[in-house]
Write a protein that binds this ligand. Structure first.
Ligand code: EPU
Length: 292
């Protein structure tokens, strides 16, 4: 590990990424790091930059498909407690990029802070949610975000206030290497009322989407004013299979990777769905998941 000497304690080679993703498929990362502190992360990022090693950040792995051949360079995961701190100041809640979005939602609901409960059921980490402006029809995370701390590819830490942040449909200006933390300004409300509202959102989600592992949220973005799931369904594609990959029967914008599925199966199925929807309905779909 010449280029990365001194980081042996937090870097592994040829780490299989499948168990770190919701699809549970895909090849290894050439290098994989789980730094323990922000300083260690900064030192590692600087070394990676000096040596021009391509670097990616993995959040909860719920919006990513790793190719079977794996990922060259470094994959970093913020699994250490240093990246999972949460604190509350009045109506503001600050949380580390490694915090699970679900945990942040439970904490805010318990504390009587309203807004994030509409995101219940969305998997992944806060960093991933901010990067892709995760949301539902009831709202997205960007609308509650007032601050973020990021780390650049050269290892510099920068604070961004509300005026430096832009969010759009499944898109944000937070595209630096690492999202260290986010701050959210929420509304004060009765915690019991909020819990009830969160439960309602949860019931709707559970009824309409295949929750759990072996899939990775919606595969395609919704074209303006339309639902990709409805289009795929209308094109008669529910249940369509390529190898072990299958268009979900519950919601057509989800792909389920059954036992033995490869990433290649999922990629072929994505292409098949895209071309059939274009052919049958004249709409071009764009993928929402990231393919590594
Ligand atoms: N529909 C079908 N067949 C299907 C799926 C949906 O006919 O297989 C119909 C539904 O009956 C409904 C309409 O399509 O009339 C819209 O469906 P839904 O409410 O499920 O919303 P969606 O547009 O398919 C979006 C987000 C989801 C989010 C839900 C609920 C995107 C790509 N999808 O789905 O987000 O959870 O609204 O708020 O924006 C994600 O982004 O990963 C994701 C899961």
């Amino acid at each position: 590990m010449g280029l990365l000497s001194g980081f042996e304690h937090c870097v592994r080679q040829a780490e299989t990424l499948a168990p770190h993703t919701w699809f549970c498929i895909g090849g290894p990362a050439e290098y994989f790091a789980e730094p323990a502190t922000v300083d260690e992360l900064a030192a590692l990022v600087r070394r990676l930059h000096e040596n021009e090693i391509p670097t990616r950040l993995l959040g909860g792995g719920s919006n990513v498909l790793v190719r079977d051949e794996g990922v060259p360079g470094m994959v970093i995961r913020l699994s250490a407690p240093a990246f999972a701190q949460t604190s509350i100041q009045g109506r503001k809640i600050t949380a580390g990029g490694g915090v699970k979005l679900g945990q942040l939602i439970s904490t805010s609901v318990r504390e009587g802070l309203a807004g994030l409960e509409a995101l219940v059921g969305i998997p992944g980490t806060l960093g991933g949610a901010l990067h892709g402006n995760a949301g539902s029809r009831a709202g997205d995370i960007g609308q509650w975000t007032c601050r973020a701390t990021i780390m650049t590819r050269t290892g510099e830490t920068i604070e961004r206030g509300r005026d430096d942040l832009t969010f759009a449909y499944r898109e944000s200006s937070l595209d630096e290497l690492v999202i260290l933390s986010g701050q959210f300004e929420l509304d004060q409300e009765d915690s019991e009322e909020l819990t009830k509202r969160m439960q309602k959102h949860w019931i709707v989600k559970k009824a309409n989407q295949p929750l759990g592992h072996q899939s990775a949220g919606c595969i395609f973005k919704n074209p303006r004013g339309m639902s990709a799931g409805m289009l795929i369904d209308q094109a008669g594609l529910k249940g369509t299979r390529v190898g072990g990959a299958e268009v979900s029967d519950v919601h057509a914008n989800f792909i389920v990777a059954n036992e033995g599925a490869s990433s290649q199966d999922v990629l072929r199925l994505i292409e098949l769905v895209r071309s059939r929807v274009t052919e049958r309905l004249g709409v071009d779909l764009e993928t929402e998941i990231e393919v590594w």
